[in-house]
Design a protein around this ligand. Structure first.
Ligand code: AMP
Ligand code: ZN
Length: 397
């Protein structure tokens, strides 16, 4: 059983693995999302109250759906430990500790981003006439591009607990830039990325062709948007010493452009189209620079799989750009769109991996962590070894 509440979603899931050679199956899931549309952002204390209000009911629902509960308790309890808002995290982490103690089951405190990084392999499968969701594994070493509301990074995973961040953002995340820009265009709601995607999808191909040809140097009379590609000026060399993403300039350009101007109709379509295109082109460009920089160093030898995860990875335009540019080099794994954003199934998947492959569990004393660098996955307090006996008791194999 897995819990996720690092931000504004309360998520609970029940997963099943009946043998090490059979992929993990998601048996049941439940979620509630705090409505922050009115507030314009997540208010931490509201999020804490929200998680505390909903977690028990969602856990009961998932147990009922998956045929679990006190008489047939889940074998392992996983909960996001960090990084994230401490109050939000502790709401379900504490609840998970209670269940672990009551049901005499081990607890695994999971790194939220590890959940995302491993989530790209969640696929639909038809079983007994029923549509279910299973995890299949990419082969280490593999690349994982995490594009979410809080993070944008390209990570090389050489093993479950060995990660190297190849490209990170120097300012805000891609999802944050998309959300801020979309808000400037008047889009509202809890999850703005999909709304922006739908707006762009609704533009005719003919118009898109016209928009594509327009330069955003501010000189076009009909579309005077001024927005340049970050890190392409002379001072940022093509092969910089450190490769990085940067998204803050996109949203500040859109903010400046929309502040004293009515951006409606065709101009709004144009701006929406260019935001997506330019943000995604920047991601692709930096990934390519990182690949070129590491070529011949041996770092990327044997990398065949490329996982793309996080909320922004649900976007079809981004998926198409990555696939059409890089599929000669990698096999791509995209999570089901519904499971790109925060969810408990990815936490259960990562928690089971930690328990099975690393033979580790978390002490019941672990506290939520606001910050938890990816490279320090195991360098934190609270990891305890799992004995062979305990392993067999829990897994049954
Ligand atoms: P996460 O932080 O992983 O939960 O993802 C949330 C972020 O993903 C937010 O910034 C959303 O706007 C963004 N997002 C979700 N779906 C899409 C989509 N289809 N296209 C672009 N961005 C999206
Ligand atoms: Zn996330």
């Amino acid at each position: 059983m897995a819990f996720e509440s690092s931000c504004d979603d309360t998520c609970v899931a029940l997963l099943e693995r009946i043998s090490p050679s059979i992929p993990i199956r998601v048996v049941a899931e439940a979620r509630e999302t705090l409505d922050s549309a009115q507030a314009g952002g997540v208010i931490p204390v509201d999020a804490v109250h929200f998680h505390q209000r909903h977690v028990a009911r969602l856990a009961a629902r998932v147990c009922a759906l998956g045929g679990s509960g006190p008489a047939v308790p889940p074998d392992l309890i996983c909960a996001t430990r960090g990084p994230g808002m401490v109050g939000s995290l502790s709401s379900t982490l504490q609840f998970a500790k209670g269940l672990a103690l009551a049901w005499n089951r081990p607890l695994v405190g999971v790194h939220h981003m590890l959940g995302h990084l491993l989530a790209g392999t969640l696929v639909e499968s038809a079983e007994n006439g029923q549509q279910t969701t299973v995890y299949t594994r990419p082969q280490y070493p593999f690349l994982s591009l995490l594009c979410s509301g809080g993070h944008t990074m390209l990570v090389l995973l050489t093993a479950l607990d060995k990660h190297q961040i190849l490209v990170d953002t120097i300012d805000i995340a891609a999802g944050d830039a998309l959300d801020k820009s979309a808000r400037c265009l008047g889009l509202r709601g809890n999850m703005i990325g999909p709304e922006l995607e739908a707006l762009v999808e609704g533009i005719s191909e003919t118009r898109k062709r016209v928009f594509r040809a327009v330069r955003t140097d501010g000189t076009n009379a009909q579309f005077p948007l001024k927005m340049s590609k970050p890190m392409t000026s002379a001072k940022h060399r093509r092969m910089p010493d450190t490769v990085a993403f940067s998204f803050a300039s996109f949203s500040s350009c859109v903010d400046a452009f929309t502040r004293n101007r009515a951006v409606v109709g065709d101009l709004r379509d144009f701006t929406a189209f260019k935001i997506q295109e330019m943000i995604f082109d920047h991601i692709l460009d930096r990934v390519n620079v990182a690949l070129a920089k590491n070529a011949g160093t041996g770092v990327l030898d044997h990398v065949r799989d490329f996982v793309c995860s996080g909320g922004v990875a649900a976007n079809k335009v981004l998926r198409h750009k990555l696939r059409s540019n890089l599929s000669r080099l990698f096999t791509f794994h995209f999570p089901l769109r519904a499971l790109c954003t925060d969810n408990a199934a990815m936490i259960g998947n990562a928690g089971m991996e930690i328990f099975e492959k690393l033979r580790l569990q978390s002490s019941l004393e672990v506290l939520p962590m606001r910050k938890w660098p990816m490279e320090s996955l195991m360098d934190v307090d609270g990891w305890e070894p799992v004995s062979d006996r305990e392993y067999r008791r829990v897994t049954g194999f």
